[in-house]
Ligand binder design. Structure first.
Ligand SMILES: [Zn+2]
Length: 268
């Protein structure tokens, strides 16, 4: 890239750092995000502060010629803020401890090839997926998403929140393993979490083996880590679907994320 572009990009990224998201830009952005509509005005003030902190501390990097605008940066930071709304309290702790294990979000314009081969288990379920990805997360390193799948959209056939999905993997990794088990709060019961998620995962696997169309994205059957990430997408984007299909999973996610999107939906 040329010098001029590099300077422009620096200025663009710098202008949103070290301060609050400008009010006009904030209002324009949240008007496009269906998930924002469930929050009250007070909660939105909290989310604006949280999104501003995220922009201050994280780096959003465009790749493959993606044109990153201020509005897109604010959209991405706001999606991230929604995920950790119940977990982080930026007015008390500015370090964002739940987001401590990553620093960068790489944004591709469209889905990208992961350079792997697809393999299947003996039961015919996907074991390793090779092909085009919406997003990717590694234990060490940042989060990769593509804007085509992450931009604000009406609800599709499946809940589709690629940033929330990849961030759920990062939360899952906070306790060392990527196994669908993030560090739980003191008021939560480890055994209940384990039982609820194991039963739901097993049921989904059985449905797929019998050719039954599941209520949620069958990609969740890949492994328990993907199950947690996919149900997180539903929890935020399609809470009614998740609550109807898997009420116990919905309840556990509600305890973990310290939010109840369904209660908030009826708030309006
Ligand atoms: Zn995943």
């Amino acid at each position: 890239m040329g010098m001029f572009t590099r300077v422009n990009r620096f200025l663009l990224q710098h202008s949103l750092r070290k301060r609050k998201i400008p009010l006009k830009l904030w209002h324009q952005t949240i008007a496009t995000l269906p998930m924002m509509q469930r929050y009250t005005n007070t909660e939105r003030m909290h989310l604006r502060l949280l999104a501003s902190r995220i922009l201050n501390q994280k780096i959003i990097t465009p790749v493959k010629g993606f044109k990153l605008t201020e509005s897109i940066q604010v959209t991405i930071a706001t999606q991230a803020a929604i995920l950790v709304f119940g977990l982080e309290h930026p007015e008390q702790d500015m370090s964002l401890p739940w987001l401590r294990n990553w620093r960068q979000i790489l944004v591709y314009p469209t889905p990208f090839h992961n350079g792997r081969q697809t393999t299947f288990s003996e039961k015919g379920l996907p074991a390793s997926w090779g092909g085009f990805e919406s997003g990717e997360t590694h234990y060490q390193g940042g989060i990769i998403i593509n804007w085509q799948d992450d931009q604000p959209h009406p609800l599709r056939r499946h809940a589709n929140q690629v940033l929330l999905h990849e961030m759920a993997h990062k939360l899952d990794m906070l306790d060392g393993d990527t196994n669908g088990h993030p560090p739980l709060h003191a008021n939560m019961n480890q055994q209940i979490w384990f039982d609820v998620f194991s039963v739901a995962f097993e049921q989904l696997t059985i449905q797929l083996e019998h050719g039954i169309k599941p209520a949620i994205n069958p990609y969740a059957a890949t492994d328990p880590a993907e199950f947690f990430a996919v149900t997180t997408e539903y929890f935020f984007e399609a809470p009614q679907t998740l609550q109807r299909a898997l009420p116990d999973v919905y309840r556990q996610l509600s305890l973990f994320y310290r939010q109840d999107p369904l209660r908030m939906v009826t708030l309006k």
